[in-house]
Every structure is written in structure tokens, then in C-alpha cells.
Write a protein that binds this ligand. Sequence first.
Ligand SMILES: Cc1cc2nc3c(=O)[nH]c(=O)nc-3n(C[C@H](O)[C@H](O)[C@H](O)COP(=O)(O)OP(=O)(O)OC[C@H]3O[C@@H](n4cnc5c(N)ncnc54)[C@H](O)[C@@H]3O)c2cc1C
Length: 490
Amino acid sequence: MTNHSLAGIQSQYDVVVIGSGLAGLTGANCLAKLGHRVLLLEHHYQLGGLATYFKRPGGHIFDISLHGFPHGMIKSCRKYWSREIADAIRQLKDVRFLNPEFQIQTTFDRQDFTRILNETFKVPASQVEAFFEHLRQMNYYDNDTRTTRELFEEFFPGRTDIHRLLIEPIAYANGSTMDDPAITFGIVFSNFMSKGVFIFQGGTDVLIAKMTAELKANGVDIQRNCLVEKVYLEKDPDGRPHVRGLRVRSRRDGSEREIACKAVLSNANIKNTILNLVGEENIPASFATETKAVRVNTSSAQVYMGIREGDSIPHIGDLVFTSGAQKFSSQELIDLNTTSRTYSVYYPDTRPHTKAPRYAIVTSINQQWDKWNSMNAEDYAANKTRLIEESFMGLEKYIPDIRKKVDWVEAATPRTVERYVKHWEGASFGTKFEGLKVSMELPDHVAGLYHAGSVGIIMSGWLGTINYGVIVSAKIDAFLRGHGQTFPVG
Ligand SMILES: Cc1cc2nc3c(=O)[nH]c(=O)nc-3n(C[C@H](O)[C@H](O)[C@H](O)COP(=O)(O)OP(=O)(O)OC[C@H]3O[C@@H](n4cnc5c(N)ncnc54)[C@H](O)[C@@H]3O)c2cc1C
């Protein structure tokens, strides 16, 4: 009899989900509700992937990525999770932009942006209307190769200040740049513009606890500290590979198990899934080449500041986009020494249930993996200290005595992202646009193997990944209902 930390896992499931990011969690939940036997394996001790939290001495709880998502989350959570989760979603009403070109306060929705573009930027209402109408009609299947830069030039020629207002928040939300396909901006921006920016009231810890309870109630077998190392395939009589199981290793005691399954839903990064978990020797050479060519998106660095219990800070906005750059540039935004940073300010109403009112501030910047990965230990420590110092200096303009109020501060970098969620080059927002095609075509090359998670920029962020988890779980359900036959699904 096995006597190790993997002993509780059954030897066979209908579907194994690799990873508990929002796409993995949602996919697992949908599949269990459809009656399939589901195992969810997460390498970390905490569920949620990038949508998770951590605790620190002094009663601090920090959210990694609870900065803001579109209104569409309410519908997705109600439909695929629970009314209780959906009902806790609240709007952030105070979004600010502070840079050398403009200082703006907004609710970040279409009506308010129309007003701002009209009154502050002096754009005729008809032109603004035409822009929004164009965005509304954008569609992934149009195969429009125009870039965001070209889109902006068409509607707001030469108005680099307007271009900044439009792209800066979306670049923070999904890592898209002026040179990515316009749809990567258009879809996400339109989602936000529909009604503004929202967060889950209660904090990520409460959200993940509710999701976990829901998964358990629906019969999902959840196992943490479980790293999937290999997906096993076997060939049909006609030579096509299909999934037969996987190998998992306990991060607690190093023990390993093989588990049989008919289908796998991988929430690991698409490049890790295909090139490491499956192995390029098991897929057609052309698909391996296409996978290798997928560019991962940028990574992030963050500074987490906890305000001492009993202290408070004034209201300075909920999401504050700041920059010292005279003009916006996608390159400046990801530079090691960028002056562009977003402050997410968590006031007591983020977690109204806590005994004492608590405040926290999280600074986010977009960063490049290579720059951080190549640092030696000394440079790495010095750059983390620099990030913290720059965050304080930026905040002192709005909260002069911020240093006295903070009793916990730490920095996270692209290396932190890679360590905790295992993403290829610490990618925070999955892949560039071409990743979506590879992700969607995966089951055509390996029957029973599916991927859901941040890809193609448009399927990233909380809403994009949840919805992608739903879409892929429907495909897996169809595959399983076809008695696990190895025909392509998609
Ligand atoms: C700093 C930051 C701020 C962000 N802010 C926002 C925001 O405000 N709004 C928004 O909408 N989005 C935001 N995002 C993006 C958003 O968090 C992500 O797009 C989304 O959470 C990704 O979900 P996912 O399903 O792709 O999986 P991920 O969260 O990437 O999770 C993948 C999971 O798979 C696990 N895993 C990987 N490999 C294995 C393996 N071999 N075995 C077992 N487990 C494995 C990982 O541990 C992880 O738990 C932010 C991201 C970052 C980094």
C-alpha cells in the first residue's frame, strides 16, 4: 500500500486539470457539474494561480491580481460559479491618471470616457461615437491585421495624449502594446467600457475559499503541492496520439504517481504544456515549430505595502495610473527603470469583514523576464530595494507620511511569478496573439488534451481566463460524451 502524500488520489479519472488558475478552477467546476470525475492538481500549496493572495505578519493580506476586471465577471460568476460570488462584485468608482500630459479622474466607462474625450481632449462627440462603434464590431474571426497604433491613428490621428489614455490601462491589464493586433486592445477595452472596473469585495482569499467550497460540493478531487511532470500519450491504430494519463510529483515528499485519465485540461502555460509536459517529439514537427514561435507576454513586478493596524491613509483613488514619462511608449512601460506604475489602493471596504479596518497598497509595473533573470544575486536584491524606494517616492506626492504608516513592504519580480506559477519566462498575461490558435488547435494534434488559460491577450485577465475555462470545458464534455474517441474536437 502506498503511504505518501499522493495516496489520496484515485488511480483513474475522466479528466485531470493541471493548475488552479481561474481557467483551471472554472474548467474543473463546469466539468464536475456536467457529471465527470475530475481531479484538480496544483503545484502550489494555495489555489488560484495568479488570482491568489498571501498573508504576512501584522495581519496583512495581499492580493496578487485583484486590481480590476470588467462587469462581465458578474454574469460569468453567476452562471459558472454561484450567485453568492457574483453578488460580492463591486465597482471601483475612482480611477485616476496622473502623468505630464493630463490628470484625470474617471469611472472608466463609456459615458465618462465620452465626456472626457469631448470636454478635456476636445474630440467631437461623433468621432468618439464612431470609435466606440468600431470597437463594438471587432471580432476575432475577422482576421484584421491592423495594429492598435494604426487603429488609434485612424480615429485620433496624431493625438498621442489620447493614445496614452486608451492604451495605458489596457497595457497594465493584459500586457498589450501599440504594435499588437488592434483586437487585443479593442476587446478588453470594450469590456471595461461597458460599465467600468470591478473587484470582488471580500478579497481574493474569500473568493478562492468560496470557489474551493463550490468545487468540493460538486465532487472535484483537489490536490495541492502536486506538480504534474509529464502527460502520457498512446497511439491509435491510425498512429494519432491521444491522452492516457499523467505523472504527478508531490512537492512535500517527492513521491510520484501515475494517474490514468481520458482527457487533460492544462492550465499551465501553453508552451510548457506542449514543449515540456507533452514533449515536441510527440507532436507533428510543424505544430512544434508553431508552438516554439509563440511569443510569451511580458511579466510584472510589484511592491506590496501593508499599513500598520490602527493607521489609515486618505482616499487617493482606487486605481491610480501614474507616469513620469513625457509621452507614452510601450517600451518605456516595460523598461527596467520605467517611471510608469499603477497603484492599487485597498481601503477597508475591500475586506469589510475584518475586525479592524485595514489598508494596503500594491504597486504594479510591467517588466521583461530577461532583464530580471540575468541579474546576479546582488543586483537582484539591489533592484528590488530600488523598486520599493521608487514606489515610496511616487506615493509621497499624495501621502507625504506614507513611510511612517507602512509596517510591511516587499517586492515581487518576474522571477517570483515564474517560481510560483511556473509560467514560461514568468509571463503574467500568457502569450501574444498567436498563442490562441496554438491553444485552440492542441486537441487536433493530441486527442483529449486541452489547454485553457491566458493566451492571445484576449483570453487573459480574470474574465478572459474564466470564460476560456468555460469554453474549453464544453469541448471536453463533448469529447468525453463521444466515449473518449480520439477524433479531433474543436
Ligand atoms: C501582477 C499581476 C496583476 C494582474 N492584474 C489583473 C487585474 O487587475 N485584472 C485582471 O483581470 N487580470 C489581472 N492579471 C492577470 C490575471 O491574473 C491572469 O490573467 C489570470 O489570473 C490567469 O489565469 P490562468 O487561468 O491563465 O492561470 P494562472 O493564474 O496563470 O495559473 C496557472 C496555474 O497552474 C499551475 N501550474 C502550472 N504548471 C503546473 C504543473 N506542471 N503542475 C501543477 N500545477 C501547475 C500554477 O501553479 C498556477 O496555479 C494580473 C496578473 C498579474 C501577474
